[in-house]
Design a protein around this ligand. Structure first.
Ligand code: AMP
Ligand code: TRP
Length: 332
């Protein structure tokens, strides 16, 4: 039976990049693999980047990240959903993995390079981030990891760490593979500045729980195909982030209509954005309503997360036993 693992950081509001890139796959794989699919709010990862870490709000964001995942359709009764810091074995395995991972490899990670370049003083934990991520996955011997394309390098390193451990201590871990949503590998930010990302701030993101009028304010001023200077200039929807978003939110008829309208200058960008907003509204309204229901019942959410941690630990503990023995720690 394959085992699925993925993690999401509670560093900010979940956005449509997270949703289409990763969370929708959590739901689909959850339907298929049930309790053998594990989803984790990775608060230990969130504290590695001082630029994105806000101790006053971490607990609240962790809670809201759980709510958002339940609201998009992840059922905590069917899958294993928990918070990373509630399962201390993640840190224990992570330490062992740091001893197998060359510093040079960690320094080559593009996400590390991007984040550390913005900091005056780089915490060692930011460098170790991928070893903790490898521990998240391998602690459950998971082999399937739904993520966005930006995580490819980290998954590749996880495979290397698994190989190294197996070589040093005997066959233990599988070599996990990433699974992507082919239609949402790298969703662009609404400000036109590259990938949509939580760490890039609110101007870049469209939150799945963001009020619809606030989303519209962002879409209204979002850049479109720069070749379309005047209303009468034809545009290329393939070079427009609104065109990209239509592929996520609109039905095929609407996509055909706005794509043709753009190429012939038959419709203006604001009309096209209004059409997009219809799709956004249809998509997000039920999700936001469910989120309100969960927020109104915090005990349900807390109980679900507590139960998830018990389930995750029950899977992790025998694997950690095996690891301790193979590494050669004294057993009493
Ligand atoms: P993070 O917000 O970094 O914790 O990311 C959570 C998940 O969403 C990861 O699997 C990311 O790869 C994915 N993800 C984040 N941003 C995007 C994006 N702009 N497009 C597609 N997937 C994304
Ligand atoms: N690094 C991932 C991100 O930023 C989050 C993450 C932590 C993760 N541990 C994981 C993803 C394990 C998949 C599997 O998106």
């Amino acid at each position: 039976m394959p085992r699925v693992f993925s993690g999401i950081q509670p560093t900010g509001e979940p956005h449509i990049g997270n949703y289409f890139g990763a969370m929708r796959n959590y739901v689909n794989l959850g339907e298929e693999y049930g309790k053998n699919s594990l989803y984790c709010v990775v608060d230990l990862h969130a504290i590695t980047n001082p630029a994105a870490f806000d101790p006053q709000r971490l607990a609240q964001r962790t809670f809201e990240m759980a709510v958002a995942n339940f609201a998009v359709g992840l059922d905590p009764q069917k899958v294993t959903f928990f918070v990373q810091s509630h399962v201390p074995e993640h840190q224990e395995l992570s330490w062992i993995f740091t001893t197998l991972t060359p510093v040079g490899e960690l320094e080559r990670m593009t996400q590390y390079k991007d984040k550390s370049a913005q900091l005056e003083s780089v915490p060692a934990g930011l460098l170790m981030y991928p070893a903790l991520m490898a521990a998240d996955i391998l602690l459950y011997k998971a082999d399937t990891v739904p993520v966005g394309e930006d995580q490819t390098q980290h998954i590749e390193l996880t495979r290397e760490i698994a190989r190294k451990f197996n070589h040093a201590f005997g066959e233990t871990f599988p070599e996990p593979r990433a699974v992507y949503n082919r239609d949402a590998l790298r969703i662009p930010g609404v400000d036109g500045n590259g990938k949509m990302g939580k760490s890039k701030g609110e101007t870049s993101t469209i939150g799945i729980l963001e009020p619809l009028d606030s989303i519209w304010q962002k879409l209204r001023v979002a850049p479109t195909d720069p070749a379309r200077v005047r209303r009468t200039d034809p545009g290329d929807p393939e070079k427009c982030l609104i065109g990209d978003y239509h592929k996520l939110f609109s039905d095929l008829d609407t996509i055909e209509l706005v794509y043709a309208g753009c190429r012939t200058a038959g419709i203006g960008c604001i009309d096209c954005k209004k059409k997009l907003m219809e799709g956004v509204t249809a998509h997000l309204t039920p999700i936001q309503a469910r989120a309100e229901d969960f927020k109104a019942d915090p005990d349900f959410v807390r109980d679900a997360i507590a139960q998830g941690a018990r389930e995750a630990r029950a899977l992790a503990q025998p694997i950690m036993e095996e690891v301790r023995e193979k590494v050669g720690f004294l057993k009493l």
